[in-house]
Design a protein around this ligand. Sequence first.
Ligand SMILES: Nc1ncnc2c1ncn2[C@@H]1O[C@H](COP(=O)(O)OP(=O)(O)O)[C@@H](O)[C@H]1O
Ligand SMILES: [Mg+2]
Length: 247
Amino acid sequence: MAVDPLIELRDVNKHYGTLHVLRDINLTVGRGEVVVVIGPSGSGKSTLCRTINRLEPVESGTVLLDGRPLPAEGRALARLRAEVGMVFQSFNLFAHKTVLANVSLAQVKVRKRGKEEADRRSRELLERVGLLAHAEKYPAQLSGGQQQRVAIARALAMDPKALLFDEPTSALDPEMINEVLEVMQQLARDGMTMVVVTHEMGFARSAANRVVFMADGRIVEDRTPEEFFTAPESERAKDFLSKILKH
Ligand SMILES: Nc1ncnc2c1ncn2[C@@H]1O[C@H](COP(=O)(O)OP(=O)(O)O)[C@@H](O)[C@H]1O
Ligand SMILES: [Mg+2]
């Protein structure tokens, strides 16, 4: 399906001790595609995200970004890692730095931009996520939803080829979830390649090109949202959906 693969995992396996946490993972994410990953807690979703930008090494198999294998370490890895942005459940902003400084920091350190250029780019991105007016505030002065939008702006500031989101709205109060999902929807419409671990089924239905369902370290289903939600094939997926769609 994916004519122009940006992220490819081939026969990826990983253990934590005796726990086989990723089992024969084969996944291709095309350029501009949005893939939502869902599955029960402990199924390996976060580990999958971390292997894509090599926060975690794999034991066997290959991870390709834009056709190139991920380097094991060193400067090449740092460069490549910067090409895949990651947004976590916890926003991890620097508390003692302003919103603007949070977004500019890695641009200067990793992308070697001058401070003025970095700040200019940061302001553009803060505008894009609706937070330009808050540029001079500190993270603690913002709501959780606003902080997560800053974290998204910070990830975008590296001009990544793809963005990974690991349960970006799970730590948020309900009324703040939508403002974050709306920013993500807009990124999807703008053609950003995204892998999104989430339990927000509305987002999966409206923004995803594919839904990947994981259980016990395996990809059990990899289908369009329409197919997945209306006719899941596996018992595991049926069971999971019946549990999360109940509330
Ligand atoms: N650093 C680690 N060391 C040992 N076990 C881990 C580590 N990280 C995750 N695990 C285990 O691997 C399994 C998959 O974890 P994870 O990828 O976080 O799943 P998910 O994100 O789907 O909830 C879980 O059983 C978890 O306890
Ligand atoms: Mg997780």
